[in-house]
Design a protein around this ligand. Sequence first.
Ligand code: EPZ
Length: 419
Amino acid sequence: MGEFVVHGGHRLEGAVRINGAKNAALPIMAAAIMAEDPVLLHGIPRLRDVDVMTRVLQAVGAEVHWTAAHDLLIDPRSIQHYAVPLDLMQEMRASLFVTGPLLARLGQAQVFQPGGCNIGDRPIDLHVQGLHQLGAIPYEGDGILLLQCSTLQGSDIHLSYPSVGATENIMMAASRATGETRIRNAAMEPEIVDLAQFLETMGAVVRGAGTSEIRIVGQKELRGTEYTIIPDRIEAGTLALATAAAGGHVLLQNCIPDHVPGLWGRLREIGVEVREIDAENVEIIAPDRYKSASISIHTNPYPGFATDLQPQFTAFLLKVPGVHLISERVFENRLGHARELRRMGAQIVADQRVAMVYGGHSLHGAQVRALDLRAGAALVIAALSAETPTIIAGREIIERGYESLASRLQAVGADVTLT
Ligand code: EPZ
């Protein structure tokens, strides 16, 4: 497994351009399955997860290839297989996103129950419940989920939890169902809105995306299209927190401030200057030193504090003198990075859901491991201000969600190399 090697102590100065959003690209790539003609996507990040989704689409029969650095052409016209190979399901839970589109195109879909991961069990009951309400009959056994339907019929679906993936899977299937579908207690993340806007360019009728109630009027056909996805708000937040932790002054280009509502106010509260230059550029200026504070964050579905920024924010708080509370309310086990941070001298105690961070103490380098991509990003952030070198194992895990992270950090002054 490859490594990130970080020599801390360098301020970050300069500009970084944010890439397209991984968590918008994956459902939108899946939705392309439903088009009658080719789909050209712009702003697609070069990530391991995007490569896996490309292989999933090719496995069911689509032709997929890059036409430029971040432009992906998907031709769904030769799709004929309804089963996603086990190895691809095991590589990435988001392979599940093709279930709704395959049902819409072929009347059946077979996936494997995605295993749990480091951050939680990750059940798929809300996906199955929603697709079942649209008329798909589920057959489950030996870890396989087979869904079959003669036609998809619009329905009134209430989600017991605003699951991002379940909302997306149901939206996609509903866009090709007969009649109207209402999704209540829907997820409201910006990636939901991006998927809705993409579906509408294909001819779908989707109303209310971004609110807790989404209505979809199914269409007989969806056409090919060309679309540019939104920037990655989690990458933007990660780089903002890296600047706040390492010190310095960095311009985040192609960053939509409104997509991370729970972050900028907290950073300002702690003494970081956040300048919203315009709708797509944010400047981060770290103070020379942090005053003592007592910060608490609780992760919640959007527009609450993003769970995908919790590990990175935890690593940043190690720089802020005082006692801080982290409450992870979305996933049942997303504080594993606390153990790795302790190897670097961090004073942090945690159980599965709550961590106490005693900030303001110096960190030293260590051999640590990325447990998942956001935990890995947290280790990079901590290492940027550690007094001795840090070796982070799991380069491939971090690269699932961050394109060229090392070279982009180097470009603003960090000493980060890869092995
Ligand atoms: C999406 O995962 C993101 N992944 C995750 O980002 C993100 O952390 C998560 O949403 C929450 O914002 C992609 O978009 C590819 P959920 P998803 O369904 O859809 C429970 C990253 O780092 N749940 O909203 O899987 C589940 O166990 C990744 O980029 C059920 O109980 O998240 C969890 O506790 C990590 N039953 C909670 O809901 C279900 O059927 C939130 O999960 C589905 C989910």
